[in-house]
Design a protein around this ligand. Structure first.
Ligand code: PEP
Ligand code: MN
Length: 380
């Protein structure tokens, strides 16, 4: 699948003051003083290209601070006049779009809780018809790439060509060190489907705490993301929302200074030659891996015939246990990542079962049955 979006390159619609592109500002606009002070301090760092602030806040429980509302747009307008920074706000319905446009907001973003709902996204898209404004679409709360893509398509379908995505991580049931699991592979898949789509990263909402923000920021840049949206507050300890994950403007400047910008390509000839050599080595190993997999599958085929002729079941849980235990200890000795090795062996095993099931049933079996059978064994 290819994702066809009609978009303009980021550099044509955003004046990036400093590499990397940083959008920063408080999670929420709280008071005029808080917003203006934060904006001035951020502007003074020279590291920030866009000022963000939440005006309408989607909160999990009612009764929590739900955003200062329309008055905040006037504070943002003033912040822009005084600092020269363009502004960005989150919009979650047509009324927000109208008010933000009327107040001269420069960039709109769609939050994770809105991206999950196609009705909401379509309402926003309809309100944007005929308007020329940049829109950034955050990933949905749940790890569903199609929902993210669908939202981008709806906004693009309304004629918005100054379009980008924001990777802010995904909610997961398991408690981890992150507030929202990064699941980088989803952002990478989006980039692969549409290489011209700018993708920014939001380390604040991924981390949920200040400490991990530098690590995630650097990783995002190393994965060739085009910029960062980081929450900053004049005094994070008293922030009305997301207090734990906001930086002071000074800390933001320090973070920006420490980031290493690596180029996706290098013109240096020695580097290019060395890279080409290393890639050749990798290609050779990949060929060998595939050959070995084909040899393994040929033996699996023989086992399948043997089991069929002797009326033996395909699945033998003990055998799978033995393979995965042996694999785990070998992987450890080889310093391979255990999780990766486990997933790899599971995939190979699942393909072996599919192949044997096919042989057992003389090629008449549906692929899905084998896959299900594997899930059952692995979980047992
Ligand atoms: C925010 O940016 O403050 C916000 C609410 O983010 P998200 O939609 O990613 O949760
Ligand atoms: Mn926030």
């Amino acid at each position: 699948m290819k994702l066809e979006l009609n978009i303009q390159p980021l550099s044509t619609w955003l004046n990036i003051k400093n590499e990397p592109l940083i959008i920063s500002g408080p999670c929420s606009a709280e008071t005029e003083e808080q917003l203006l002070t934060t904006a001035h301090l951020l502007a003074a760092t020279g590291k920030v290209s866009v000022l963000r602030a939440g005006i309408w806040k989607p909160r999990t429980r009612p009764g929590e601070f739900e955003g200062i509302g329309s008055i905040g747009l006037q504070w943002l307008k003033r912040a822009k006049e005084e600092t020269g920074l363009p502004t960005a706000v989150e919009v979650a319905n047509a009324k927000h779009v109208e008010e933000a446009l009327a107040a001269g907001v420069d960039i709109l973003w769609i939050g994770a809780r809105s991206t999950v709902n196609p009705f909401t996204v379509q309402e926003i898209a309809d309100a944007l018809k005929g308007v020329d404004i940049p829109v950034l679409v955050k990933n949905p709360i749940n790890p569903d790439l199609q929902l993210w893509i669908g939202a981008l398509e709806r906004i693009n379908g309304a004629g918005i060509t100054k379009l980008g995505a924001i990777h802010r991580g995904f909610s997961s049931y398991e408690k981890t060190s992150f507030r929202n699991e990064p699941m980088w592979e989803l952002a990478i898949q989006l980039k692969t489907l549409c290489p011209e789509l700018p993708i920014l990263n939001d380390p604040s909402h991924i981390c949920g705490n200040r400490e991990l923000i530098p690590y995630i920021s650097q990783k995002a840049l190393d994965l060739d993301m085009q910029g960062l949206m980081i929450e900053a507050h004049v005094d994070p300890s008293v922030a009305w929302t997301d207090a734990k994950q906001q930086l002071t403007p000074a800390a933001l400047a320090e973070l920006a200074d420490r980031l290493t910008i690596r180029e996706p390509e290098s013109a240096n000839e020695v580097f290019v030659d060395k890279l080409a050599d290393l890639r050749k080595d990798i290609d050779k190993i990949d060929d060998l891996l595939l050959q070995k997999l084909a040899e393994r599958m040929a033996i699996v085929g023989k086992i399948g015939e043997y089991k069929r002729d002797n009326q033996v079941t395909i699945l033998q849980v003990n055998r799978w246990d033995a393979i995965s235990k042996k694999g785990a200890s070998f992987a450890k000795a080889l310093k391979l990542d255990l999780n990766f090795t486990e997933k790899f062996l599971e995939l190979v095993h699942s393909e072996s079962i599919r192949k044997q099931t096919e042989i057992m049933n003389d090629g008449k079996v549906e692929e899905g049955i084998a896959a299900e059978a594997h899930t059952d064994t692995v979980q047992s």
